[in-house]
Design a protein around this ligand. Structure first.
Ligand code: ASP
Length: 594
């Protein structure tokens, strides 16, 4: 039986006979002495074989990379001058007495003993080997510590871990469903859950009071961004609870997690109303490590004749905002061109700027192609309002509020990173007071969260002016990434019906899709609310991984496939027949665009 993990050996084990199991990470033949770096889940230990131990030495000679070995030996201090301070086990080595090759290995398709730039396809194809790499193991270990800390915190806070079905009905979280044909109900389909939303609400009706689940969710979205079709949520719901309480339970959980796993004190999470987040940061997931803010200058620009500015400044849907960039005066014309191109992705038609070289010199100390269009006294007010200093630059956005927010909001993020302006390592916050609805492209209302989110107003007010209604929803944001969100739910049928009315879901459709929920609301449903945190994204932030696929053991590719198992795959006709499914050859127009 294993006596120690390789990675755990240290000076306290010197003199002990030990038994190790692992993989040959590297083998070096040093003229008469053979070194094998043996690797297991916890790290690497150096084993030395000298020719005196004849049998073990002979075995060591045939060892190649990734052979599976059992080794017994004696822990000893490394001879002076051969210690390795970069290696946790670098002060000791094991003098090998016995070596058993438990299994040989073919030469792996990519080396595992050091960083090599292997294509992701190859890594995913041989994921079981990729996961042997120490950096991948570290991520999975950290992920396990993270879920364990979260479970502990929720257990301590009185939450019960309850599973909800995977074969279920559609849950409206705004994505496309994965469907599973039913054999026993020909022509009918299950949907995989986009979230456990409705079941967790039903558990509140059942009196469970506090529920959580580390829940798998499925959303068939186009994977343009760093997303996965199946992902994991920490899903939480509680009864007799208000917004602040859900937020404080979550904060406690996340703070404890960061202290336990990373030794980081996140401090308090500031609460920022949605409208303020949009106006100060141009985003509903502001990165508060970044000190820059958007400053409204509509009132000033209304007074200038320059169309580019006064048009949007006078338009109720428009916005003119300034972004002070500390140290930005050093940006070259070429840099500014690159940023101008960048904001054009978000629809901005230009990127006006003023460089502040020397305030003491008044207008002479400024440099900008737009100064000639703006009266001096307005320029002076701009300088005061943006609180610029020598060496700064001001960028301007002038367009519809939507375009300005997106363009300057994204520019703020980019500049913060590129000009190294971030002031701290971690900056969490809550965004609160979201609107209930937003208009989609056809001019119809859709829920900003989901249709079970409670508004702050009465059903009558909601129906009368849906655009003005705020919700009792909250998002938790870390370093500009939305970690998760939730809301207080509607617990009375009258309010739920009012929301369906705004969303143009008629009684028949509501009954058909959510009849079970509407019924449950009639049988003493307690006030309740909750939230869900995206575990994969959280782990990604905590491990500093470059992609969400790096923190999932077996992720899907960008085209939502598993290359390892070749899924999805065609199935036999017999299976289709049993399911009463006939497959139509996809015509070109139906194929999803990559
Ligand atoms: N069901 C929501 C989601 O998956 C989270 C929640 O409202 O609790 O985004």
């Amino acid at each position: 039986m294993r006596s120690h993990y390789c990675g755990d050996l240290n000076e306290s084990h010197i003199g002990q006979q030990i038994e190790l199991y692992g993989w040959a990470h590297r083998r070096r033949d040093h003229g008469g002495v053979i070194f094998i770096d043996l690797r297991d889940r916890n790290g690497i230990a150096q084993i030395v074989f000298d020719p005196d131990t004849v049998e073990a030495f002979a075995q060591a000679e045939r060892v190649r990379s990734e052979f599976v070995l059992k080794i017994t030996g004696l822990v000893r201090a490394r001879p002076e001058g051969t210690t390795n301070d970069d290696m946790p086990t670098g002060q000791v080595e094991v003098l090998g007495k016995n070596l058993e090759v438990l299994n040989a290995s073919e030469t792996p398709p990519f080396p595992l003993d050091g960083y090599t730039d292997v294509g992701e396809d190859v890594r995913l194809n041989y994921r079981y080997l990729d996961l042997r790499r120490p950096e991948m193991q570290e991520k999975l270990i950290l992920r396990s510590k993270i879920t364990s800390s979260i479970r502990n915190s929720l257990d301590q806070q009185g939450f019960l871990d309850i599973e909800t079905p995977i074969l279920t009905r559609a849950t409206p979280e705004g994505a496309r469903d994965y469907l599973v044909p039913s054999r026993t109900h020909p022509g009918s389909f299950f949907a995989l859950p986009q979230s456990p939303q409705l079941f967790k609400q039903l558990l509140m009706v059942s009196g469970i009071d506090r529920y959580y689940q580390v829940a798998k969710c499925f959303r068939d979205e186009d994977l343009r961004a760093d997303r996965q079709p199946e992902f994991t949520q920490i899903d939480i719901e509680a009864s007799f609870i208000e917004e602040d309480e859900v937020m404080s339970i979550t904060e406690k959980m996340v703070r404890q997690l960061f202290t336990q796993v990373m030794d980081v004190d996140l401090g308090d999470f500031p609460k920022i109303p949605y409208s303020e987040a949009m106006s100060r940061y141009g985003s509903d997931k502001p990165d508060l490590r970044n000190p820059m803010e958007l400053v409204d200058v509509d009132d000033l620009m209304r007074q200038v004749e320059f169309k580019v500015f006064n048009g949007p400044a006078n338009d109720p849907e428009g916005r003119v905002a300034a972004l002070r960039v500390p140290g930005g005066a050093k940006l070259s014309r070429k840099d500014i061109d690159v940023y101008t191109k960048y904001v054009s992705i978000y629809g901005a038609r230009g990127l006006a700027y003023i460089k502040v070289n020397k305030l003491e010199d008044g207008l002479e100390g400024l440099q900008s192609p737009i100064l000639k269009f703006i009266p001096d006294e307005i320029v002076t007010q701009l300088i005061e309002r943006t609180e610029v200093e020598d060496g700064d630059l001001i960028f301007f956005g002038a367009d519809s509020a939507k375009i300005v927010n997106e363009a300057l909001g994204q520019l703020r993020v980019k500049l913060g990173i590129e000009l190294e302006l971030l002031t701290k390592e971690w900056a969490p916050c809550w965004v609160v007071d979201f609107p209930m609805f937003e208009k989609n492209n056809d001019g119809n209302w859709t829920s900003l969260h989901h249709p079970f989110t409670a508004p702050t107003c009465s059903p009558e007010e909601l129906v009368k002016d849906p655009g003005a209604a705020l919700s009792q929803a909250y998002d938790v944001v870390l370093n500009g990434t939305e970690l998760g969100g939730g809301s207080i739910r509607i617990h009375q049928a009258e309010m739920q019906n009012a929301v369906f009315e705004v969303l143009a879901i008629d009684d028949e459709e509501a009954q058909d899709k959510f009849g079970f929920l509407l019924d449950a609301l009639k049988y003493g449903c307690p006030p309740h609310g909750g939230l869900a945190i995206g575990l994969d994204r959280l782990v990604m932030l905590m491990t500093g991984a470059s992609s969400i696929r790096e923190v999932i053991a077996f992720p899907k590719t960008q085209t939502a496939a598993c290359v390892l198992t070749s899924a999805p795959s065609p199935v036999e006709d017999k299976q289709l027949k049993e399911l009463n499914v006939r497959v139509r050859k996809p015509v070109e127009a139906d194929k999803p665009k990559d």
